[in-house]
Design a protein around this ligand. Structure first.
Ligand code: UDP
Length: 239
């Protein structure tokens, strides 16, 4: 059997929450180093890896806006949170000898490169993990949308969306015993049924450009590699 990776270039989307582990807030160093190891295992297969991280473990613009903060300003704080997470992941990867570059959608030259598409591509070709911080750089967007946009720009073949659950369900599997996991869905299914895979902006961007999304469970060690090797864990969303 062919044991090689299914993809040459992937975009891994991690939620901010994932970094918090059981703490529910901030960054759990153990989670971070586990993640770094998993990413290095995927790199070892010869796969090029770009990462987009959320910021929900630190700050969410929408939540702050609902308690009175100006939405655009709150979103700026949220974007900075994603850069904090990006720098933390960079550190964890470099500690185990993985070359990385952080590029930010909001310029912050003293700590990271600005996002420059051609440069990101060059880093990827050299086997560096490129961590894309700051979301899209625009308020009212999400890091899921940033993941879709960047995946398209850098020619990633798939978005691997790591979540708390092992795929997309018909209803919340924690609350509903009859919830079933979909092995496969179309973009339109996701939009019509209002399934919480990614927000509508991100989903339609993927639909318009035929970019598949695989939703899978992160907490299971080794899952990123399994998905890259083509194992059918989780849910694949495509046309
Ligand atoms: N954000 C933004 N524009 C973007 C991406 C993110 O304004 O393009 C802000 C927004 O306030 C959001 C926060 O950054 O709440 C954290 O990102 P997100 O909620 O996507 O993180 P996740 O839920 O994946 O942890």
């Amino acid at each position: 059997a062919d044991q090689g990776p299914r993809y040459g270039r992937i975009l891994l989307k991690l939620s901010g929450e994932a970094l918090a582990g059981d703490r529910g807030y901030g960054i759990d160093p153990a989670v971070l180093s586990g993640l770094a190891t998993e990413i290095s295992e995927v790199l070892a297969l010869g796969v090029q890896v770009a990462v987009v991280i959320g910021g929900g473990n630190i700050f969410r613009g929408m939540a702050a806006a609902s308690s009175g903060m100006d939405r655009a300003g709150a979103d700026h704080v949220g974007m900075l949170a994603t850069i904090m997470n990006s720098l933390a992941l960079q550190d964890a990867l470099e500690q185990i000898g993985v070359d990385t570059r952080v590029q930010t959608a909001i310029e912050m030259k003293e700590v990271a490169e600005p996002y420059i598409r051609r440069r990101a591509l060059r880093h990827l070709e050299k086997g560096r993990v490129v961590i894309l911080g700051g979301g899209t750089g625009n308020p009212y967007f999400t890091t899921d949308t940033a993941a879709s946009l960047r995946a398209m720009e850098i020619g990633a073949e798939v978005i691997l969306k790591a979540t708390k659950v092992d795929g997309v369900y018909s209803s919340d599997p924690v609350k509903d015993k009859d919830a079933v996991r979909y092995p496969e869905l179309t973009y339109l299914d996701v939009l019509k049924k209002g399934l919480k895979v990614m927000d509508a902006t991100a989903t339609s961007l993927c639909m318009d450009n035929d970019l598949p999304i695989i939703v899978f469970q992160l907490s299971c060690r080794g899952n990123i590699k399994k998905v890259v090797l083509g194992e059918n864990i989780g849910t694949i969303v495509k046309g």
